[in-house]
Design a protein around this ligand. Sequence first.
Ligand code: BES
Ligand code: MN
Ligand code: ZN
Length: 476
Amino acid sequence: MEFKIGAGGETKVIFVYKDEDLINDAYLYAKDRELISGKPAEVYSAIGKNDHVIFLGLGDRNKVSLEVLRKAFHALGKEAIKYKVKSIAVEIPQFEDLCYGMTVAAAVEGLLQSEYSYEKFLTEKKLKPALEEVFLTVAKDREDLVTDSIREIQNIAAGIFTARDLVNEPAINMYPEVLANSAKEELTALGVKVEVFGKEKIAELGMEAFLAVGRGSAKEPRFIVMSYAGNPEAKEKIALVGKGITYDSGGYCLKPAGSMKTMHTDMAGSASVIGVLKAIAKSKLKKNVVGIVAACENMISGDAYKTGDIIGSMSGKTIEVGNTDAEGRLTLADALWYATTVEKADKVVDIATLTGACIVALGNITTGAVTNNEAFMKDLKEASSMAGENVWELPGFEEYKELYKGTFADLSNIGKDGAGAGAIIAGLFLSEFVNGTPWIHLDIAGTSYTSSEYGYMPKGATGVPVKTLYYLVKGL
Ligand code: BES
Ligand code: MN
Ligand code: ZN
């Protein structure tokens, strides 16, 4: 799909707003028959041999948001596929309260999103992209702004789609070594330095918690460090630490079959880190970012870690294993310690499919967040609202920190009996390993994957929260 500024295109797109009539024959025909009402993301095609028009509903004119635009243009893209429309012409208006560049980006994103589908293993493809050209009419003095916005959202979409592809890949193909190679393939050519540590180096660094989780697998762990120096003059650096469990069987605390089925997606946090680094590097943001992933599989074998085990960690803190299925926080403990001590990042965000409890609390449409720094959280919330990716902060009151104290070790990897608050306790456990650095934890157990399509999300991996992370880094 190519975007061009100016007139052209075989099919014209006309916006319909709620309670606003148009003077147009095809519109009046459809309106009379109740085929158009102007509600958001509604589409109606009037396609004849010589006269092609697609009407696109945007709802109340003064309630048009970036999300409304993304969803509407996604529906438009799907309609273009249905009618095999090769080119369209759209005039992008200025909506009150919306930045013009973001308006264009939202429209373009919706169209790009309509052409994503994970079909690698289908012998006959279901989705057949149709749109070749999109002509955008914009005010003359805004052409440069629009050109930049289009390029930027194309980069972001590329990052989102990479993250989705990595997550959707079955675990039989996607294990730590492959994840590390994928990071190299996606990022090296863009100027991101990718270093990969094997088992010996990981042991040398003292990452005992990470190693314990990976012990049961025939596939060796990998520690992946991805450095992007977009502003070498500055010393500020943000670390993005992604959970990289390429398969979570639960270990000896084995998951039931139904819960295990999608556990190849337990590396969605790491995929979002690789995805956003791709977007950041392609857009050449003038920021310093380090992506960090402790990748391993949580499996069963004669050598696997067990409940009751007491393990060390790179930080020196000892941890009792109350449940081998609470593995993510163990791998992240060492990754966060590395990020904040060896890399000396001055801000850190971890992104993890960490708890089923977060899905119970917030469902599939909101990411849960825990922080030790409210000012940083404010930045993240702003970024998430620009991105249209919901984030909700969970409370981090001191009292919760009593609930993961160990009996024979410093800490326990699960909450005390009956403690509840699983998503908060898991989050705060991680705060013990950030060395006092401003930190935000994002629990994407619910939001990184969907079993049914909604809005502009396809079935399977969603790529959340690549967009939020991008706007967060850009805004720092
Ligand atoms: N990877 C899971 C969390 C998860 C659940 C992600 C559902 C996506 C969908 C995590 O490692 C896990 O198993 N967490 C346990 C923690 C518990 C043992 C304290 C959970 O949520 O049940
Ligand atoms: Mn688990
Ligand atoms: Zn897990």
